[in-house]
Design a protein around this ligand. Structure first.
Ligand code: EPU
Length: 337
């Protein structure tokens, strides 16, 4: 295991901000992962796991060990009459895995096409897009218990998934490293176009022509049309969560702001944070190298040499103005370090 020192993390976060990790290790297998955790423990320094850094923002240098999770591997492990059970290790790229599943006719991940990041990061925040969340297709996962170095299996229910949330962000935060994830994928094509923007993009297509491949392609097209490619423009997708409020509160807000965009959930209403930010005047805003993307108000961008601190400062100004205008607290979805 090679430990690098004072390592620049610019290429390990999709915001492309410069920040240094005191130590850095590229963990390519389970032994390496265990050794890296033991190193941090022995040195009594904090450690942090990163996949492709697609949901984090470094506002300063990191004083501990950065562990790049790079453990690869994916395979079909079993099947029954309806389902393929497919296992992928934590360092696999999410979108490449989705494509591989489609190529093999393992269906169910199409709506989650083109999400940046790795397999290991996906369950932590229960990634979701275009009407599907990871929890809809995940059977179980294996995670390394940091305290003991043992692998433990968690069923879907044990992960306690909810919107952009899981037990690994709550009660078991910082206690486990996700090592591999097992998905239950359908043998028959599954078409889910309940998400309004997806249904609209596929309007007029006959049922016969509606294939998982077409759904995947359409999701990619929609994402490319409004979310900037992090390889070209530094960003981490949605910067804030879409806030959930009570129906009562929503009705009051609607009276004052008739155009407000909200979607009913089980017992609440999920507001489109992008709408709140756009209406507060931020869409397309730019100051120096930080800004709010011109095609999507929920996406903060680094136009070149922005620092993490500048991006955090912009996010706080957005939060403050949305709070004044709507009385709503926006919470960062991006992990700020
Ligand atoms: N809207 C605006 N202004 C904008 C953009 C959107 O007013 O600039 C309004 C529109 O009314 C639009 C609504 O917001 O209909 C929702 O927009 P969109 O469909 O783009 O979805 P979102 O709520 O902004 C969420 C996820 C995305 C995911 C999409 C599609 C969160 C925090 N974000 O965005 O996830 O791709 O739905 O399912 O839940 C991510 O997590 O990084 C991410 C990109």
């Amino acid at each position: 295991m090679e430990i690098l020192e004072n390592f620049n993390l610019k290429h390990f976060n999709t915001f492309h901000v410069s920040a240094h990790g005191r130590y850095f290790v590229n963990a390519t297998d389970l032994t390496c992962l265990r050794d890296a955790l033991a190193f941090a423990n022995k040195k009594e320094i904090p450690f942090m796991l990163i996949g492709q850094g697609s949901n984090l923002l470094f506002k300063e240098d990191y004083p501990g060990l950065i562990i790049e999770i790079n453990v690869r591997g994916r395979k079909l492990i079993r099947e029954d009459d309806d389902t393929y059970f497919v296992k992928a290790r934590c360092g696999e790229n999410w979108h490449a895995f989705v494509q591989w599943c489609l190529d093999n006719k393992f269906y169910g991940l199409e709506n989650l096409s083109l999400i940046p990041g790795t397999i290991g990061a996906a369950p932590v925040q229960n990634i979701g897009a275009y009407g599907v969340e990871l929890c809809d297709v995940m059977v179980s996962l294996d995670a390394l218990e940091i305290a003991t170095g043992e692998l433990k299996t968690f069923t879907n229910a044990e992960c306690d998934f909810s919107y952009r949330n899981s037990v690994f962000k709550q009660g078991l935060k910082d206690q486990y490293v996700i090592y591999s994830v097992t998905f239950g994928l359908s043998k028959k094509p599954v078409i889910n176009i309940r998400y309004a923007a997806l249904a609209k993009a596929l309007e007029g297509i006959s049922l016969d022509a509606l294939t998982p491949e077409l759904v995947s392609q359409t999701v990619c097209d929609i994402r490319r049309s409004k979310l900037p490619n992090p390889q070209r423009l530094g960003n981490a997708g949605s910067f804030f969560w879409n806030p959930e409020i009570s129906l009562e509160n929503y009705t009051l807000l609607q009276e004052e702001h008739p155009g407000i965009v909200g979607y009913p959930t089980a017992d609440k209403v999920k507001l489109a944070a992008a709408w709140l930010i756009e209406q507060a005047g931020w869409k397309g805003y730019r100051e120096g190298d930080v800004g709010v993307h011109e095609d999507h108000a929920l996406v903060l961008v680094n136009y070149g040499q922005a620092t993490g601190a500048e991006l955090v400062d912009l996010s706080r100004r957005i939060q403050a103005s949305v709070k004044v205008k709507y009385g709503i607290e926006l919470m960062p979805e991006v992990r700020i370090i």
